[in-house]
Design a protein around this ligand. Structure first.
Ligand SMILES: [Zn+2]
Ligand SMILES: [Zn+2]
Length: 232
């Protein structure tokens, strides 16, 4: 399978279906159009807003806002995005990872003030050992290069081995992740973007953002390629 993908890449074909790429580097027109963009995302949490399109924040963020100030998570986690993400995460398909990072890059509002530092959400040390590959870090690297913003991968670390988030409610996820992270050194900046591959409830981002705020960061953005309603 890896050889097949490598072959397609060399032939300049779409990373999803094998057709020739046209509009987006790595994707043909048809696959590009199948990627679902989130319409009217809440400025703060990034979830699609169905009931309050006149405000830039959803009802939940108005009543109990998360610790982060702004989310960019533009795509819905469905095929073909899902397929690209699984190739990236489990088969270390860096061309797919590069494409995912570029899709996120294209959704950033370049008129807003950019963060001073990108901080990837770290994997558990054990998972890193098992997999030998950190997808959030790979995405942060591409964004840092394109945006000319530094990234720091050793700043935020996982403190204890939290239980898997699968099957937990929103409240249980928050509890599970409390104290999940620690900072290895003081933060020299006031505006940070946390970077991950896929965002689900935002509990992981929230825990990391809380820590950043406690450490004196004024503005915390969270950036992920897509949103899933499923497990992290
Ligand atoms: Zn295609
Ligand atoms: Zn919201």
């Amino acid at each position: 399978m890896e050889y097949f993908r490598q072959f397609l890449r060399l032939k300049g074909r779409c990373l999803v279906c094998g057709e020739a790429p046209k509009t987006v580097p790595g994707l043909c027109n048809s696959c590009d159009q199948k990627i679902q963009r989130i319409e009217r995302p809440c400025y703060q949490c990034g979830e699609p807003m169905h009931f309050n399109p006149s405000s830039h924040k959803c009802g939940r963020c108005q009543s109990s806002p998360p610790a982060f100030d702004h989310s960019v998570s533009p795509l819905l986690y469905s095929d073909p995005l899902r397929q690209l993400h699984l190739n990236f995460k489990f088969h270390q398909d860096l061309a797919a990872g590069n494409l995912l990072a570029n899709l996120l890059y294209d959704s950033l509002s370049h008129s807003n003030a950019m963060p001073q530092l990108l901080v990837p959400i770290p994997l558990h040390a054990e998972r890193m050992r098992e997999r030998g590959f950190d997808q959030a870090l790979e995405i942060a690297k591409v964004l840092a290069r394109r945006l000319q913003i530094p990234f720091h991968s050793g700043l935020l670390v996982r403190k204890n081995c939290t239980q898997p988030q699968s099957g937990l409610s929103r409240a249980q996820r928050h509890k599970n992740l409390r104290n999940a992270f620690t900072l290895t050194q003081p933060l020299p900046v006031k505006h940070v973007a946390l970077v991950d591959d896929i965002m689900t409830t935002g509990s992981t981002f929230n825990a990391a953002a809380q820590l950043m705020k406690t450490a004196g960061v004024k503005t915390v953005e969270v950036w992920a390629v897509g949103r899933s309603t499923r497990d992290e």
